[in-house]
Design a protein around this ligand. Structure first.
Ligand SMILES: [Fe+2]
Ligand SMILES: [Fe+2]
Length: 498
């Protein structure tokens, strides 16, 4: 199944009803896992469903629960045609349980069990580690819905509002995907974890979401687009690593989730891209060539490029922390046990997929200096996934730069140094600037306003956040998309607000 989100045509996925792998939509919970044959599981999920709906109504998109939204719903798992489009009220969305097709004869791709048949049941010796991996992944899904719940009110267009809600309902479905695994394979513990997933709250002091970036606020649309480009891409990397799992049901779940994730990344890339486009067009029109002429640029109702860079710096740095410590014995054990692979594990050539003697270069802070050290590759699994992530981020950044270049403006987005603004891992507790220099606390304080969004930046972004809720209306700071969703026009009424 393709996980290449960089193809902007992905929304045109044709609907080819002959090729649908059978999904039952008659059941209360649409699924292709033959749910009706497992009474106990069905009962457990039917018990969870109303609690999920309660959570959705409390913590899902605020103010638009009765709106008719032009959404896609997964109706199959065939990459050539798996979704249908139509108006849905979000609480009536058909959240289903969909697994990618079973690959006959699949074997565990890595670690000490490499080459053994993939597990169809939970391997007893790794039960708690596996459960933890599923819970951590599952926790991120409702967290992002919570973080984004107030954005509808300030949507820059109905097109964007619809994309937000599409992402939200699919994160909800991803939660279903993980809850299915917990409830089916982990008995009472699994049911308790499924319940706890509905109880933690993003940003809440006493019962927060598990990972840091998922407790940050997503206060405005620029944050949303940066989040879907940079943080959903962490999701892509984690799902890709879990898609290599020797535990086959997890692998199949994640493989299908990646198909949906591609749209989230598309929303992020094009959202930032359209923002860049609007800025460049306004600058050209006003005859402004200096991208740092902030005052004049902001007067045009667009976001200056240096501010976009600072926003990107923030989202990149907090997302990098999601990969965990670069050197990690947990990371090593997840890999060695065969529960989680590396990015593209099965396709890595010239590699023994066990890494018993291999080393990997990790940047560390030693005696006040940044040095590269070869460490056992097994212990550097997280570092490697982070490096793969950073490489994966670059494609969209290059395309944003093309837009700027075309407009004849002298500015280029870059990724800040890996250790910039980090709280976790090798760089945590050190002050490092975007260029990759270890600096003092005083130097950090003097420079941070140039590297991360400052208060005036956030006030300005806030001032732009005004609703544009008429079909075909787009906020000044963002260009309309080149094409609509599912070949609809850009002025289509993507959300019918009641
Ligand atoms: Fe997700
Ligand atoms: Fe996502």
């Amino acid at each position: 199944m393709s996980i290449n989100e960089d193809t902007i045509v992905e929304d045109k996925a044709a609907i080819d009803s002959d090729r649908f792998v059978e999904v039952s939509y008659d059941d209360a919970i649409p699924n292709n896992v033959d749910l009706s044959s497992d009474r106990q599981l069905l009962k457990a999920l039917e018990g969870w469903h109303p609690k999920y709906l309660e959570w959705w109504k409390d913590m899902g998109p605020e103010g638009f629960q009765n709106a008719d939204v032009y959404l896609r719903t997964a109706v199959g798992v065939d990459p050539a045609g798996w979704a249908k489009f139509g108006y849905v009220k979000m609480p009536e969305y058909r959240w289903g349980i969909l697994l990618a097709p079973k690959v006959e004869g699949r074997t565990i791709p890595c670690g000490r069990h490499k080459g053994e048949p993939a597990w169809q049941e939970v391997p007893g010796e790794y039960r708690s580690l596996l459960r933890r991996l599923i819970v951590v992944q599952g926790d991120t899904e409702p967290a992002s819905v919570e973080q984004q719940r107030f954005l509808g009110a300030t949507a820059p267009s109905l097109y964007d509002m619809r994309n937000l809600f599409q992402v939200n309902v699919e994160e909800g479905r991803h939660l279903w995907a993980m809850v299915y695994l917990l409830v089916k394979y982990f008995g009472k513990d699994g049911r308790e974890e499924a319940q706890a997933l509905l109880e933690r709250r993003s940003g809440q002091q006493d019962n927060p979401r598990i990972l840091g970036a998922f407790n940050e606020r997503t206060p405005d649309w620029l944050s949303f687009f940066m989040f879907t480009y940079f943080t959903d891409r962490d999701g892509k990397m984690q799902l890709a690593a879990l898609a290599e799992s020797g535990f086959d049901p997890l692998s199949r779940s994640c493989r299908f989730m990646l198909t949906e994730e591609a749209h989230h990344l598309f929303v992020g890339e094009t959202g930032v891209g359209r923002t860049v486009e609007a800025t460049c067009a306004a600058m050209v029109k006003a005859g402004i060539t200096d991208p740092y002429d902030t005052e004049a640029i902001r007067k045009l109702g667009v976001v200056d490029l240096p501010l976009l860079q600072r926003k990107a710096n923030f989202h990149m740095s907090v997302t990098r922390d999601l990969f965990g410590s670069e050197i990690s014995s947990n990371g090593a054990e997840s890999f060695s046990s065969g529960l989680k692979g590396r990015f593209n594990e099965a396709n890595l050539k010239g590699d023994d997929h066990q890494l018993t003697d291999a080393t990997y270069s990790v940047t560390r802070v030693v005696d006040g200096k940044l040095v590269n050290e070869d460490v056992p590759a097994l212990r550097a699994i997280n570092c490697r996934l982070l490096d793969d992530y950073m490489a994966d981020c670059q494609g969209g950044i290059d395309r944003w730069n093309k837009i700027i270049e075309k407009a004849g403006i002298n500015f280029k987005f870059t990724q800040p140094y890996k250790g910039f603004n980090r709280k976790i891992g090798e760089f945590g507790g050190h002050r490092i600037n975007t260029a990759g220099e270890l600096i003092s606390e005083a130097e950090w304080q003097a420079g941070v306003g140039n590297w991360l969004p400052n208060e005036a930046d956030m006030d300005f972004i806030n001032s732009l956040m005004k609703p544009n809720h008429e079909p075909g209306q787009y906020a000044s700071w963002i260009a309309p998309p080149r094409m609509g969703i599912n070949q609809q026009p850009v002025d289509y009424e993507y959300v019918k607000i009641d």
